[in-house]
Design a binder for this molecule. Sequence first.
Ligand code: CO
Length: 220
Amino acid sequence: MPTKSLHDTHHITYETLLAGNQKFIEKSLALDPEYFEKLANGQNPPVLWIGCADSRVPANQITNTQPGEIFVHRNIANMVIHTDMNMLSVLDYAVNVLQVRHVIVTGHYGCGGVIAAMSNKEYGLIDNWLRHIKDVYRIHAEELTAIEDEQKRVDRLVELNVVENVYNLCKTSIVQNAWAKGQSLSVHGWVYSIKTGIITDMKVSTQDNEKMEKVFRFQQ
Ligand code: CO
């Protein structure tokens, strides 16, 4: 039985993080005395994860994976914005240097970024980031406005935001060039439920640009 509510984070202090680090080292070395030496030799992760910055959606924990197994980029609402030099640099490095075989955009229900984007409230600087989610709403306005239940409408926008960001990935020259070279690279869209812990595959996986609208296709 958990004794503390997960929302009670008062016991987390600067010091407990460092104490936690000691525990992590002990546990890892108990598992394998050469744990850190092996990791220090380099990384070869087969997956790039593009997820939300939300503290409840940590890539490794929810997929039961270990350090070295997933290359991670996180931002508010798991966005793939083609002018975002940070995201592009991570994607370029992952695809061209690490040669990952999968890129997964993972959104989550209850995403604060998506909820904020659906509102008419002004939040400040972040509104410029949330604008991209409002654009996703605009693309799918007909479907979304037809959903009367607000919770269901938010959930659907979370899903559509993942789907559109998978498409955004496919449109990048980085992904298209990898495909043109015959590199094995699949892109996927997932939505994680914080309430159940379950990941749902949005079934938009692709490994070529055949279904992409012509205007976005680069000539090879
Ligand atoms: Co979120």
